[in-house]
Ligand binder design. Structure first.
Ligand SMILES: [Zn+2]
Ligand SMILES: [Zn+2]
Length: 281
């Protein structure tokens, strides 16, 4: 007898073009940024150096916001951050299309609690690669925020939830102030790149060998590609020790997010930093 209502739905069996109720806006957003990115790449295949540098900087800051603030701090509470820095990182993550803190953390805690079972919202073992990569974003039911992250469903975090639409519009159109080339590269092209680099953590790093249950794995070559989530490619380590702020455990497992945390700790901007219990440290 099925104990989990999520198992009865099996949303990955829906046609891929059918968004879940209330998620048509997510589907339209994903379509829009892909269409604009393709047009941008046709019109301006080679950006100027300043525009490329600005786009990569936005992507890098957004990636650090997602990995340090959303993932390691807000979802897993593996460190504390200076409040000003915390909200700056939230802004950069949202500007990178990562969504509001409450939305991200609710999905993520649900993912950890039911990893790679039918109740997991984004498992490639259940719904296949494209389900885990993109489709779950617009075809799954929203994770219950009051249940999974009640502390982020109020106060300043509630404001971020309301700001999600305006911030993504700002993100998409900010380059327009400078030029058409900046519009496409700082906007849709950067957003599509950052989206796929983050989505690979849900899809690729959960295609490990485990017959059933947690299939998370480390994927070393994703690191250099993944400017937007430095350290997140050591996802097998992370599932083994989710209470650790450090994701790369060996000297050769490059984890830029961790190096930044060490620096912040050194200058007093981060505290209560949790080290891994498993592995060599
Ligand atoms: Zn996690
Ligand atoms: Zn995972």
């Amino acid at each position: 007898m099925n104990q989990n209502p999520a198992q009865d739905v099996r949303p990955w069996e829906q046609p891929f073009w059918k968004p879940a109720p209330g998620k048509a806006v997510v589907f339209c957003y994903l379509l829009l940024i892909h269409v604009l990115a393709i047009i941008g790449l046709i019109l301006f295949p080679v950006p100027s150096w300043p525009i490329l540098a600005a786009s990569l900087s936005f992507a890098a800051l957004g990636g650090l916001g997602a990995t340090i603030c959303y993932h390691r701090m807000l979802a897993h509470r593996t460190l504390k951050l200076n409040k000003v820095l915390e909200h700056l990182l939230v802004f950069w993550a949202m500007l990178n299309g990562t969504g509001s803190p409450a939305s991200w953390v609710a999905y993520h805690r649900l993912h950890h609690s039911r990893t790679d079972t039918p109740g997991d919202i984004s498992s490639p073992k259940q719904g296949g690669f494209w389900w885990a990569h993109l489709r779950w974003l617009y075809q799954s039911a929203r994770a219950d925020r009051p249940k999974w992250c009640p502390e982020l469903d109020r106060g300043a975090y509630k404001v971020w939830t309301f700001a999600e639409g305006p911030v993504i519009l700002l993100s998409l159109f900010c380059g327009f102030v400078f030029s058409w080339q900046a519009f496409f590269w700082l906007g849709a092209i950067r957003l599509v790149y950052s989206l796929h680099m983050q989505c690979l953590v849900n899809s690729l790093t959960h295609l490990g060998d485990a017959e059933e249950g947690d299939s998370s794995q480390n994927v070393w070559w994703l690191g250099p590609l993944q400017l937007t989530s430095w350290g997140e490619n050591w996802h097998g380590n992370h599932h083994s020790s989710p209470g650790s702020a450090r994701l790369g455990w060996h000297w050769w497992q490059v984890d830029i997010g961790w190096y930044c945390i060490c620096l912040m700790e050194r200058v007093g901007l981060a505290s209560n930093v949790k080290r891994p219990k498993l592995g060599p440290y």
